[in-house]
Design a protein around this ligand. Structure first.
Ligand code: TA6
Length: 305
């Protein structure tokens, strides 16, 4: 396993990239460019921070997040794979899959110039993963840090039989107060509202606004979403590729209070807009030797309208 000294010897870039022991002692790549800063925890290849110069943080991280091998980090950009949400019936996979729970390897760091730095991480199948999911796989995450943040998860099937998976870049965005923001881009989309039991199928009228627990899978959409934040006088635009669904989630008070790594009242400052193939409608089948990439690009625009 790559320790901090080895990581710095091989991949540190003066003034731009260094590896440190982060919370819980987990290795973190700290990235500093002329236009933004970011952090990526090697546990889960988890982007935990992104802040363009002169902006408030764009990515939200819970102050109660747990940084522990085998546990998911609350906030940032959890990688949900090979399953989004609950495991398939009879599968030992954890909720939102195994990718966010494993230690990834650093493959490459490229400091293009003072304003752009790319990190490439990898995760391959092993005996432990095959206990959870009986397929060979090779994952690669590309994180490009500049004025914008680009994240791309490539799933390769090196095996001899096809596999089917669902996935999400489960991004937690920092907002002034979720009750005061709206999301455009999903107007007239059909969505599965998973708050009621059983889930309901609905159609989005106008922008998405928030007055309680919202947990929706917007179906068959490749649209760019924009989070409009009047109080912070900004918009966050989320463009995506290789994704047929977008998940929008705020836990609101009751669910947040029941989450030890989130907590009562702490949900106001976050909103998830997730680049996904949440399934089952858009589950992805990767043939032997094939690949699938799901990616998003996050940018901050001034002005809320
Ligand atoms: O993306 C929304 C969601 O599926 C919610 O239902 C909620 O479970 C959230 O993800 C967080 O899941 P986690 O396993 O990270 O607590």
């Amino acid at each position: 396993m790559q320790d901090i000294a080895t990581l710095n010897a091989k991949f540190a870039r003066p003034d731009q990239v260094r590896f440190v022991a982060g919370p819980g002692g987990l290795p973190v790549a700290e990235i500093t460019t002329g236009v933004a800063t970011a952090a990526v925890c090697l546990h889960g290849a988890h982007v935990t921070a992104f802040q363009p110069q002169g902006e408030k943080p764009v990515i939200w991280l819970s102050r109660k997040a747990v940084f522990q091998s085998g546990k998911p980090i609350r906030g940032g950009i959890p990688l949900c794979w090979p399953n989004f949400g609950p495991a398939p019936v009879g599968s030992p996979l954890p909720p939102h899959g195994l990718a966010r729970l494993r230690r990834w390897q650093v493959v490459d760091v490229v400091a293009h110039d003072t304003d752009r730095c790319d990190l490439r991480l990898a995760l391959a199948a092993d005996d432990a993963s095959r206990e959870l999911w009986p397929h060979d796989f090779a994952l690669e995450l590309q994180v490009a840090v500049g004025r914008r943040l680009a994240v791309a998860l490539t799933i390769r099937n090196p095996g001899s039989s096809a596999f089917t998976c669902t996935d999400a870049l489960h991004t937690y965005f920092a907002v002034s107060d979720v009750a005061g923001v709206r999301v455009s881009g999903l107007e007239r989309c059909t969505y599965r509202d998973t708050v009621p039991t059983p889930p309901a199928t609905c159609r989005q009228e106008g922008p998405v606004t928030f007055g309680g627990n919202v947990d929706r899978v917007y179906l068959d959409t490749t649209a760019t979403c924009v989070i409009h934040d009047p109080k912070w006088k900004r918009r966050i635009a989320v463009t995506k590729q290789g994704s047929r669904s977008t998940v929008v989630w705020t836990p609101w008070e009751e669910k947040a209070a029941a989450m030890a790594d989130l907590g009562s009242g702490k949900w106001h400052g976050m909103l998830c807009v997730e680049t996904a193939n949440a399934g089952p409608e858009d589950a992805v089948t990767v043939p032997p030797g094939g690949t699938h990439t799901v990616s998003c690009e996050v940018s901050v625009l001034s002005g809320a309208d």
